[in-house]
Ligand binder design. Structure first.
Ligand SMILES: Cc1cc2nc3c(=O)[nH]c(=O)nc-3n(C[C@H](O)[C@H](O)[C@H](O)COP(=O)(O)OP(=O)(O)OC[C@H]3O[C@@H](n4cnc5c(N)ncnc54)[C@H](O)[C@@H]3O)c2cc1C
Length: 482
């Protein structure tokens, strides 16, 4: 047997996604992963947005057939505020999964698509030495390649240990909606619970061993029960329940990589970065990362001239995703910290970047509104391309591949923009200077780019003016207001 095309290390959501896609696109893929039962089961709440990836992978029926409780939302006791019952939008439902069953279902589907599966425990040395044209590290926190090659860096102020156990209640759980994920913050930690079936729930506490006032020296069970005892709602809910198994400890500290790709390897999913479990987004992030890793790998192997652009695109996207999660997590933790002066919260509740982004977005909305008004009042559309905007080729996803496409580039957005509100703004900015009426521009854009929504088109045009991609010709003055 020759060298396999692609080795995928690890069969979590990231590895199975990448392996299934790459095998179905004709590559020889081998997944090497731990023997089943070698790791502890983790209860996980999967947001409805995972469904998009299950559809893309063609595995929704298999996931729906796994018997997971379908969640309708979250019930949150956060900070000092009133309880919040958050229903998923559009009546969508999530999945209350366990990592072992999710992995079993996804691995069977990767195998069905043609991936070979080997079950054994790998060392970092194995992962580096096994021959392959390309290797994907999807080993999660273990990071068999990631730890030596990707420059893992822990996020300061986000050291978290999760202690999770399973509880059984003899009667039904007295909750407005027992399918919900429950979240409760307390003085120096927070707790979380998901249903496993009608009678059992997983309940985890998230603590920081540096700052949380833990009951130490008497075993994990005492520490865990001490933390559950600090909650109000969950403690009451668990009073008549029996602790059935656990607790098991999990490191849930956040980290990212310094680099996400080399010439023949990628770090994918949790191997690349880990986001706070608070977001309930780890699995979705892993599915997205596996999908993009498959596209980048497929491009690198089938079109070597695009390899470095494809790998750089993957790396940039992974870095951006992590940065966004970090900002969001800090914002959520800031809400939870309300009224809690403890260092557990103080370190985590940094909102400067979030506030700056919110201010920028508010300014931009005001600019778009002003441009829209000016467009509405102008007797005709007389615009030209802004002095700072250039049209350049940049990597982008097209089907299963990374290709170059034209983008509008400005000094403050070197990655550039092609679509805004689903409108091809490259076409819009190209056509706008030659037309005198907005309806004519709309028709010309439809003629070149296909049907589009008029409201979205007008918003994109106003945004193009607000951002300076297009500027009003100086001689046009708006009509005086009546
Ligand atoms: C306490 C806690 C709670 C969480 N709650 C949620 C939640 O509610 N919702 C959510 O979406 N996410 C949650 N997450 C995050 C989620 O579990 C991960 O983000 C997700 O599983 C990442 O998928 P992955 O495929 O990248 O890695 P993993 O799922 O970790 O998969 C890694 C794979 O590598 C294999 N492997 C590891 N080491 C070796 C080795 N040495 N040799 C061979 N194989 C190996 C493993 O067996 C496994 O198959 C939580 C995480 C924690 C710690």
């Amino acid at each position: 047997m020759g060298i396999p095309d692609i080795l995928v290390f690890g069969a979590g959501p990231a590895g199975c996604t990448a392996a299934r896609l790459l095998a179905s696109w004709g590559h020889a893929v081998t997944i090497i992963t731990r023997p089943e039962g070698a790791g502890a089961a983790l209860a996980e709440s999967l947001t409805p947005s995972c469904g998009k990836f299950f559809d893309l992978l063609g595995i929704r029926d298999a996931i729906d057939g796994a018997g997971f409780v379908r969640a309708t939302g979250n019930t949150v006791w956060w900070g000092r505020g009133e309880p919040r019952v958050e229903m998923f939008a559009h009546d969508a439902r999530g999945w209350q999964a366990t990592s072992i069953v999710l992995e079993r279902v996804m691995l069977a589907e990767a195998e069905r698509a043609g991936a070979r599966v080997e079950r054994r425990l790998l060392t970092p040395e194995d992962a580096a030495a096994l021959p392959a044209t390309f290797r994907l590290d999807c080993t999660g926190r273990a990071g068999l390649l990631a730890r030596s090659r990707a420059g893992r860096r822990m996020e300061e102020g986000h050291r978290t240990v999760a202690l999770a156990a399973t509880w059984r209640r003899p009667d039904a759980w007295p909750l407005p909606d027992p399918t919900h994920t429950l979240i409760e913050s307390y003085a120096d930690g927070w707790a979380w619970s998901v249903p496993l079936d009608e009678t059992r729930r997983a309940v985890a506490v998230m603590v920081d061993p540096r700052t949380t006032d833990l009951a130490r020296g008497d075993g994990a069970r005492t520490t865990y029960l001490g933390e559950v005892g600090k909650t109000a709602r969950l403690r009451a809910l668990l009073a008549p329940a029996t602790l059935e198994s656990g607790p098991t400890g999990w490191d849930a500290s956040m980290y990212a990589s310094t680099t996400y790709a080399g010439s023949d390897w990628l770090v994918v999913g949790d191997a690349a970065s880990f986001v706070d479990p608070l977001s309930s987004a780890g699995v979705r992030k892993a599915l997205a990362s596996g999908w993009l890793a498959a596209i980048a790998t497929h491009t690198a192997l089938s079109n070597p001239s695009m390899a470095s652009a494809a790998l750089a695109f993957f790396a940039a996207r992974e870095a951006e995703v992590y940065a966004n999660f970090l900002m969001l997590t800090r914002r959520f933790l800031h809400d939870a910290a309300e009224g809690q002066a403890h260092p557990f919260w103080a370190e985590r509740a940094e909102t400067r970047e979030w506030d700056e982004r919110r201010d920028r977005e508010q300014q931009e909305r005001a600019g778009v509104q002003a441009a829209y008004e000016r467009l509405r009042l102008a007797p005709e559309l007389r615009v030209h391309r802004g002095p700072d905007v250039r049209l350049e080729m940049r990597p982008a996803i097209a089907g299963h591949e990374i290709v170059f496409e034209p983008r509008l580039i400005t000094p403050d957005d070197p990655a550039g923009v092609r679509f805004l509100h689903d409108i091809d703004v490259v076409t819009m900015v190209d056509l706008a200077p030659s037309l005198r009426q907005v309806p004519d521009l709309f028709d010309a854009c439809v003629g070149r780019a296909g049907p589009m929504d008029l409201a979205a088109f007008l918003t994109a045009l106003a945004t193009a003016l607000a951002r300076g991609w297009l500027v009003f010709a100086p001689e046009i003055q708006p009509l005086p207001r009546p």
